[in-house]
Design a protein around this ligand. Structure first.
Ligand code: NAD
Length: 363
């Protein structure tokens, strides 16, 4: 039996997760995947009920599950809660309790939405790349750090640090993901300037010896930033450290121009993961039935591919989403050219219905 813990969360979370669960149930039946699901309070709703955003029972359920599907957490109503008890803190704690060190951010652009990008459609149509960012070490966590007086001058400092095991485990995830995709991995560093990058490159190359089928390349981070906006379709999988990944993944996400479409994942060393849309709880549209559920539905597809190893079911969901977009259906956030007479706007459940219907027609 495979178990999935579902955390609907706050704001539009329950609405979009409801549609994603319908899609998960449909592929579960169609491909006899034997998945069981359970729902748990998390974020603001958990704080309301139990005075904590991450109740012990929710954490325990997430520990026991093979994968976790989350909607989104947070909202202005919780801004007055003590900092330690805010919904977003619950998410940070969940990631750290489960040691989810590998952050996967795909940047993909269905051809039908190419006009939503700030780049020329031909540069981004059909874009399908993955950025793998190390999430728990590097410049954001390195010691020593601080602000101090040095010879009478106030000086701020941080330390960029990676140990061999930390590089090795993120590199392994990078190669594993490349094996499930186009078998090309680009490691991004700054080896010409940083010693930490020298070690990074050495370890990535050593790990690569165990993956002869994956074509490994290296790129300096400044060049990678340039290439992302010049010719993003050259990339399959990028693996990089915390700060470089933070910046590159946001740039790559914006190539697609539609936040309601982007899924993400955070994985541990065994490949277990927390899957969630990139966007937040959108309190401005919560309860109106207009939130786009596709980022969450595509998070289900990622979960099937990367944690549950069910590529056929994942491919079917991707194909169903693509076919729905081809048919001209859009949620309000991805209408782009509103005058286009070939497009029809649907709400959250309308989009869920359309994906379910399309699933029945994909091979
Ligand atoms: P947001 O992503 O929630 O919303 C930004 C804009 O995008 C809003 O106009 C919203 O209506 C729109 N939007 C987002 N998702 C959409 C969807 N699926 N369909 C249609 N439109 C969509 O970002 P924000 O407003 O900065 O944050 C709102 C709350 O979400 C905050 O409390 C923040 O802390 C939280 N947040 C949570 C997560 C998470 O749970 N991982 C991530 C980011 C923000």
């Amino acid at each position: 039996m495979t178990s999935v813990a579902i955390l609907p969360g706050d704001g539009i979370g329950p609405e979009i997760v409801h549609e994603a669960k319908r899609v998960l149930d449909a592929v579960n039946t169609r491909y006899t995947l034997g998945i069981t699901t359970s729902e748990h309070l998390f974020g603001g709703t958990a704080y309301d009920a139990h005075d904590t955003p991450l109740p012990d029972s929710t954490l325990q359920a997430c520990r026991e599950a093979d994968a976790i599907l989350m909607g989104s957490v947070g909202g202005p109503v919780y801004d007055k809660a003590p900092r330690e008890l805010r919904p977003e803190r619950g998410l940070l704690r969940l990631r750290s309790e489960l040691d989810l060190f590998a952050n996967l951010r795909p940047a993909m652009l269905f051809s039908e939405l190419a006009n939503a990008s700030s780049l020329k459609p031909e540069l981004v149509a059909g874009l399908d790349m993955m950025i793998l960012r190390e999430l728990t070490s590097g410049l954001y966590f390195g010691e020593p750090r601080g602000i101090e007086l040095r010879d009478g001058v106030r000086t701020g400092f941080n330390t960029m640090v990676y140990s061999e095991p930390e590089i090795e485990r993120i590199a392994v995830r990078g190669f594993e993901i490349a094996m499930q995709r186009g078998k090309r991995l680009c490691s991004v560093d700054k080896m010409n300037v940083l010693e930490v990058s020298e070690l990074w490159r050495e370890v990535v190359e050593r790990v690569g010896e165990s993956y002869p089928d994956v074509e490994l390349s290296h790129m300096y981070v400044d060049n990678a930033a340039m290439q992302l906006v010049r010719a993003p379709k050259q990339f399959d999988v990028i693996v990089t450290g915390n700060i470089f990944g933070d910046i590159l993944s946001d740039a790559a996400a914006m190539l697609t121009g539609s936040i309601g479409m982007l899924p993400s994942a955070s994985l541990d060393a065994a490949g277990k993961g927390l899957y969630e849309p990139v966007h937040g709880s959108a309190p401005d549209i919560a309860g109106q039935g207009i939130a786009n559920p596709l980022a969450t539905i595509l998070s289900v597809s990622m979960m099937l591919r990367y944690s549950l190893k069910q590529a056929d079911a994942a491919n079917a969901i991707d194909a169903a989403v693509s076919s729905v977009l081809s048919s001209g259906l859009r949620c309000r956030d991805i209408t782009g050219d509103v005058d286009d007479k070939n497009l029809s706007v649907v709400g959250t459940s309308g989009m869920g219905d359309a994906v379910l219907d399309a699933l029945n027609h994909v091979a």
